[in-house]
Ligand binder design. Structure first.
Ligand code: GDP
Length: 334
């Protein structure tokens, strides 16, 4: 009913004031695929600016490892220290499984009721590219709303760990105590992304196993080449119990040690600059691809070429070159 410009200005004001309802509405707006909503979302993001920044923590782990239990315990510890904590989820599989990872069961009950916390389920969308952009925008909104810490959770389906790591200042990998002496089939690439590995469930009967698993991972991490973004002793493996809130203070101290070192060495700024640059390139790439896909003639040509490639009538390289050549011709005509 109201003037749209006023609406967006009021929404921006609500977000800046840290109102959770305004923040929720703002995230809904950036998640919308409608083109009029898109224009409003961009207007909102521009009005909010980038002067406020949170600590962005990525968290990955397979289902059942204890992510929601950890986020609840860790989040409550942080809000207990007077920090404001936002939780976002990246789950490219949510559309397939029919519900978002945060939405399908009641999770993080206590944290959800904490006035200093904000929890947002993953948007249901299959495309990782779309989820990545919307999550980055949601992070920006949480920062504008004055949150100190933004936790970005992922179940680690496909490339989602990489996506989350590329929008985080710190990347945590949550693991369960292993049965045997194998390293749970954790991919080397994921280990290399982790700043701190947390072996969860280090309590009760599982404690000895957790300690052993932690030592195994500590050993595996030492075999990785020392990374320029790390001080001595990092990346590191620690045991925690999310359920019994053991080791969380220590884990938080380790995170701060690492982050202080990175801030002092200019690595924090460098990483943020690299990430911004990466996402700019990625957005341009995605946007251009979308223009191609949205053009009916190009779409038809691509479908024909797709078929020719499948049936082996033409090689992928030659077919792709034909589509790109058409686009190049369109560009130079203008
Ligand atoms: P998610 O799927 O990764 O979010 O895992 P959940 O947080 O839902 O936890 C899966 C199961 O592991 C639940 O039954 C939890 O109670 C249990 N769990 C989580 N953290 C711990 C822990 O620190 N110790 C023990 N013993 N169980 C835990």
């Amino acid at each position: 009913g109201m003037n749209k410009d006023t609406d967006i200005a009021a929404l921006a004001q609500g977000v800046r004031a840290g109102q959770r309802r305004a923040l929720a509405r703002a995230i809904t707006l950036v998640e919308s695929a409608r083109s009029d909503h898109r224009a409003q979302a961009l207007d909102l993001l521009a009005q909010l600016g980038t002067d406020r920044q949170a600590l962005r923590i990525g968290l990955s782990g397979t289902p059942g490892v204890g992510k929601s239990t950890f986020i609840e315990s860790f989040g409550l510890m942080l809000t207990g220290q007077g920090l404001r904590v936002a939780v976002l989820a990246v789950d490219p599989s949510s559309a397939r499984s029919g519900g978002s990872i945060l939405g399908d069961k009641t999770r993080m009950d206590f944290l959800a009721r904490d006035p200093n916390a904000f929890i947002r389920p993953s948007p249901s969308q299959t495309q990782l590219g779309g989820v990545a952009r919307r999550t980055r925008e949601a992070v920006a909104l949480c920062e504008a709303a004055g949150f100190d810490i933004v936790l970005i959770e992922t179940v680690g389906v496909g490339q989602s760990e990489t996506v989350v790591a590329q929008m985080s200042d710190l990347f945590l990998l949550l693991l369960a105590p292993a049965g045997g002496d194998e390293l749970q089939g954790v991919k080397r690439g994921i280990m290399e992304m982790a700043d701190i590995i947390l072996v969860n469930k280090a309590d009760g009967d599982l404690k000895p196993q957790a300690t052993r698993t932690c030592a195994d991972y500590a050993g595996a991490l030492r075999l990785l080449r020392k990374r320029p973004q790390d001080p001595e002793g990092f990346p590191k493996a620690l045991t925690v119990s999310a359920l019994e809130t053991i080791g969380l203070e220590t884990a938080w101290q380790e995170m701060q040690t690492l982050l202080d070192w990175r801030r002092g060495n200019g690595i924090w700024d460098q990483t943020r600059q690299d990430q911004a640059s990466h996402w700019f390139t990625e957005d341009v790439r995605q946007g251009l691809l979308q223009i191609l896909i949205d053009d009916p003639a190009t779409k038809a040509q691509m479908q024909r070429a797709q078929n020719d490639v499948r049936t082996g009538q033409v090689t992928p390289t030659i077919a792709a070159e034909a589509v790109i050549g058409r686009f190049r011709a369109l560009m130079t005509r203008q």
